[in-house]
Design a binder for this molecule. Structure first.
Ligand SMILES: O=C(O)CCC(=O)C(=O)O
Ligand SMILES: [Fe+2]
Length: 311
């Protein structure tokens, strides 16, 4: 896999087209999920001004005094609620390495779980922008799941019916510039190497770069920012569901080459199955060459354990 092998796919014919046009998009997405586990969609229909509004609001939020952000802090043991602010150095996505050099803020579906989201006071504009974005990106993620259903040949709605927003998370990320005297510990990263836990992740990155995926030879390959594009990747639960037909690929955000440098901002949306959804290997993914690898498991048990391990 080289950089050009993280395919860029125009999603517009899937959203607006029909027949053969849609099929061609489904085929491209299905192939990318099988071969790479990562792809970049353009023409996805999420309005650019809405994304830019979110990036501005998140920049302002992370620039707030620590004391204000602390109001939104969640005890990081509280992986069940899994919302709120996490300060720099609290999370390690690669549990064997030094903590990640990032801060984050995350919310769950406002309509249903709004009461568990932790907003600092006086941040109504930020809240409205983030909640609007949540609805738009959730909608887009459902279309991506529909494309997976068609690619895998499951019954229509199979994934969407098992993603009724219980486990959807919008996570805003800020990777601050490195202080001039910064000495990286060995293997330290902005976000340590990891696979995502759930079904599908949608990731919007600014133009700073640093996201990398690991190819089959163990080489780190950059996922360069594509203007207007959203990076899509399939996670561990999707790999399990598909008997490893869809890949869950290791990725990280590497440190900048030099101290100082620019901050990096990104927005990740995790659409994971409902807690009560059973992950049972799809019959379409079992064959003589690929016998069933996993027993059924409940999503809730699986996700809580995975999250608890990375703080
Ligand atoms: O910030 C990024 O580009 C990647 C973040 C990521 O992989 C994650 O939060 O799971
Ligand atoms: Fe990730």
């Amino acid at each position: 896999m080289s950089a050009s092998q993280v395919p860029v796919i125009d999603f517009a014919p899937f959203v607006n087209g029909e027949g053969r046009q849609r099929e061609a998009v489904v085929e491209a997405i299905d192939r990318a999920a099988r071969e790479v586990g990562f792809m970049c969609l353009v023409g996805h229909g999420l309005p650019e001004p809405q994304l830019q509004a979110l990036f501005r609001a998140q920049r302002d939020f992370f620039a707030l005094p620590e004391a204000v952000k602390a109001e939104a802090a969640f005890a990081y043991q509280d992986t069940d609620a899994n919302t709120g602010y996490v300060a720099v150095g609290k999370e390690r996505l690669d549990v064997k390495r030094a903590p990640d050099l990032k801060e984050s803020f995350q919310i769950r579906e406002p309509g249903r779980y709004g009461q568990v989201n932790r907003w600092p006071s006086g941040q109504d504009g930020f809240r409205a922008t983030a909640e609007d974005f949540f609805a738009a990106v959730s909608d887009l993620s459902m279309k991506v799941l529909e494309a997976f259903e068609l690619g895998l040949g499951t019954e229509p709605g199979y994934f969407r019916e098992r993603h009724r927003t219980h486990s959807q998370i919008l996570r805003l990320l800020h990777y601050p510039p490195l202080p001039p005297e910064f000495q990286a510990q060995r293997g330290q990263a902005r976000a340590g190497g990891h696979t995502d836990y759930g079904s599908v992740t949608l990731l919007f990155q600014d133009d700073v770069g640093g996201l990398e995926v690991r190819d089959a030879d163990g080489k780190w390959v950059p996922v360069d920012p594509v203007p207007g594009g959203v990076v899509i990747n399939t996670g561990d639960i999707m790999a399990r569901w598909t008997n490893d037909v869809y890949r869950s690929t290791l990725h990280r955000v590497r440190l900048p080459e030099h101290a100082g440098g620019r901050a990096r901002y990104s927005v990740a949306f995790f659409n994971d199955p409902d807690n009560d959804a059973e992950i049972r290997v799809l019959e379409q993914c079992v064959s003589d060459d690929n016998a069933c690898r996993y027993p059924p498991i409940l999503t809730g048990d699986y996700l809580v354990n995975r999250r608890a391990a990375s703080y």
